[in-house]
Design a protein around this ligand. Structure first.
Ligand SMILES: *Cc1c(COP(=O)(O)O)cnc(C)c1O
Length: 297
């Protein structure tokens, strides 16, 4: 495996960053999880735009331009010979001293890229659906580091996921301070009821997922239904016809049991299954080419 760190490639065992990197000392940094399907990187521009916005929001100067980051991502996938891949792009504040002052990170940000094979949920979960719980951990408020920044501060999400695991569930829902549903520990959430599809708005405190946006487009174009963004309590999920989650790793996947309540028929419903199909068709037939791009040079 070849891992990119600040312009150079390293073997897995040699791919290391400093213990003085503020990404390690403070979780001071941002990341993206990106996928490649069939030798093409899915929605790369969207991920790069979110990265740029996250960097701007945390006063982080990217060490190279977005165009150069794009090239580095393509090169990392290519060097690893992957057609289907999960790509992890991380930008940390860089090497500083033991204090909080970001000005001490004089060498600038650390940027690394890992491209690996992906397997998240076994295929049977796409039929049977996931078991989900509501976490006791609340989504961070919009007046804190906004949930819209894909930051390395992931502890709340990790602890929420641990609660799910302890309860025998695969995912955890985070409510926001007002008790409305925001999202899951690493996925956005939708529900379908009486032919309509709903999802929490950005003001509920969500990470605006690339997959969420694609699914909203697919609902409009392929199902002829515009997704309604509204605030709702978890009670509305219990009575939904279908609940499904979206994210780069999971794609589109049903949640069929929430806090012990069976949702709909207790398996992936027709809307979810149709969306899974449309999503996969689209993901497998679009994206930034990894291999042709090199030939074209
Ligand atoms: C990354 C992420 C998502 C999903 O975003 P995608 O761009 O669709 O992968 C949802 N919630 C959180 C907290 C995330 O970090």
């Amino acid at each position: 495996m070849k891992i990119y760190i600040n312009g150079k490639f390293f073997e897995k065992d040699d791919a290391k960053i400093s213990v003085f990197d503020h990404g390690v000392l403070y979780g001071d940094g941002i990341f993206e999880g990106i996928r490649a399907y069939n030798g093409r990187i899915f929605r790369l521009e969207d991920h790069l735009q979110r990265l740029a916005e996250s960097a701007n929001a945390i006063l982080l100067k990217l060490p190279i331009t977005i165009k150069e980051i794009e090239k580095a991502i393509i090169e990392t996938v290519r060097l690893n010979g992957l057609k289907d891949a999960y790509i992890r792009l991380v930008v940390t504040r860089g090497v500083g001293d033991l204090g909080l002052d970001m000005r001490k990170c004089k060498g600038g940000a650390t940027l690394f890229i890992i491209a690996d094979r992906i397997e998240l949920y076994p295929e049977e979960f796409y039929e049977k659906g996931l078991t989900v719980i509501t976490s006791t951990i609340r989504q961070k408020g919009l007046d804190q580091v906004t949930p819209g920044v894909k930051s390395l501060n992931y502890l709340a999400n990790i602890l929420a996921r641990a609660e799910a695991t302890a309860a025998g569930a695969q995912e955890a829902i985070l409510l926001n301070a007002s008790g409305h549903v925001s999202e899951c520990s690493g996925d956005n959430l939708f529900y379908a009821k009486n032919g309509k599809i709903f999802t929490p708005p950005t003001s509920a405190g969500i990470l605006v997922g690339v997959t969420r946006n694609v699914v909203m487009e697919l609902c409009e174009k392929k199902l002829g239904t515009k997704v309604i963004e509204r605030n709702f309590p978890r009670y509305d999920l219990y009575g939904a016809d279908e609940v499904f989650l979206t994210g780069t790793g999971a794609e589109v996947i049903a949640a069929v049991k929430i806090d012990g309540r069976i949702i709909g028929k207790g398996v992936a419903g027709p809307t979810t299954k149709t969306l899974i199909k449309h999503f996969r068709d689209y993901a497998n037939s679009s994206g930034t080419p990894v291999y042709e791009a090199v030939k074209a040079k």
